[in-house]
Design a protein around this ligand. Structure first.
Ligand code: FAD
Length: 278
């Protein structure tokens, strides 16, 4: 009988300890969890377009409201989301986009969109008016960023490939604890095609020792003092951090450019772990 009672007491102690551990872990998780974002990786959610600002003849900034002024989108840095729309024939189209805003921009998110005359999703954005809703799903992407995970990033962007670079750059430079340096090479066809130029130039003058941008144009205007033609091995060698275990070169652009840049980086001795393609 005594043995039975002592066994029972032991079982109760174990149960109490288990409840304490599980409860404690749940409370710790509750205290340390990040603010929950609004995106759902499996289901599209609709966000209202509240402001559309034309930036050039084929580029516009789209601001979408989040449900409350303190809501955060919850998109990890450098990741993107799938946006769903209808093309000119009324058929469904889904394409990836990276907001230019961060989770520190509460209550809204923004997309900078270049609209191509024949582009399917471009048609959807061209037709969108303030008050319309956009269906969005995410987050998506393999890029994972922790502050100071590298000493320096080299970035090679083409056209709209600037949006993930811009987002990562902002996140780094706006974090006082992050000391990472960034060297961006940004390629476009004409001067008018350069997206976010004012924002990039402001970052370069506000953080002269941490961030540099080198523009490259296929068709430069007269008096242009930046790069000319396609991004070359020499440009990468001169502008980006040299191969080392604590640097990484990020690239995002049209597929032929990504392929050419991959070959340049291999030739220059950047190991696969030192390269990332969005
Ligand atoms: C991770 C990621 C993030 C992206 N973020 C953005 C973003 O923030 N903003 C943004 O505007 N785009 C972004 N894009 C590109 C976007 O996903 C679409 O590819 C783009 O909007 C064109 O889609 P579309 O359906 O309108 O054109 P499509 O129907 O796919 O193409 C039709 C025609 O448009 C032209 N075209 C399409 N894409 C290009 C291009 N890149 N360069 C030159 N001509 C082209 C071509 O003539 C093509 O034949 C991103 C892409 C990726 C992979």
């Amino acid at each position: 009988m005594e043995l039975l009672q002592s066994h029972r007491a032991e079982m109760i102690s174990i149960a109490v300890a288990l409840v304490a551990i599980v409860g404690g872990s749940a409370y710790y998780y509750y205290l340390t969890r990040k603010p929950k974002g609004l995106l759902d990786p499996d289901n599209f959610k609709e966000f209202k377009l509240v402001k559309r600002t034309q930036l050039s003849h084929n580029v516009a900034n789209f601001r979408f409201a989040l449900p409350t002024p303190t809501s955060v989108l919850g998109l990890p840095i450098g990741q993107h989301m799938s946006c769903r729309g209808k093309d000119a024939l009324g058929e469904e189209v889904i394409k990836p986009y990276t907001p230019t805003t961060l989770d520190s921009d509460v209550g809204y998110f923004e997309l900078v969109i270049k609209m191509y005359p024949q582009g399917r999703m471009s048609h959807h954005f061209r037709e969108m008016r303030e008050g319309d809703y956009l269906a969005v799903k995410g987050p998506k992407g393999r890029f994972k960023y922790q502050p100071n995970q590298v000493r320096a990033f080299g970035m090679i962007a083409g056209g709209t490939g600037i949006t993930p670079m811009f987002q990562v750059t902002r996140a780094i430079l706006e974090n006082p604890d992050d000391k990472t340096n960034i060297h961006l090479i940004y390629a476009n066809v004409t001067y008018e095609d350069i997206l976010l130029k004012e924002e990039l130039d402001n970052l370069a003058s506000n953080f002269p020792n941490r961030f540099s941008v080198y523009y490259v144009l296929n068709q430069p205007p007269e008096g242009w003092d930046g790069g000319v033609g396609f991004v070359s091995k020499e440009m990468i060698g001169a502008r980006c951090p040299a191969p080392a275990p604590d640097i990484q070169i990020l690239r995002c652009g049209p597929p032929p450019m990504n392929k050419a840049m991959g070959a340049h980086l291999d030739d220059l001795g950047y190991a696969p772990t030192m390269q990332f393609k969005f």
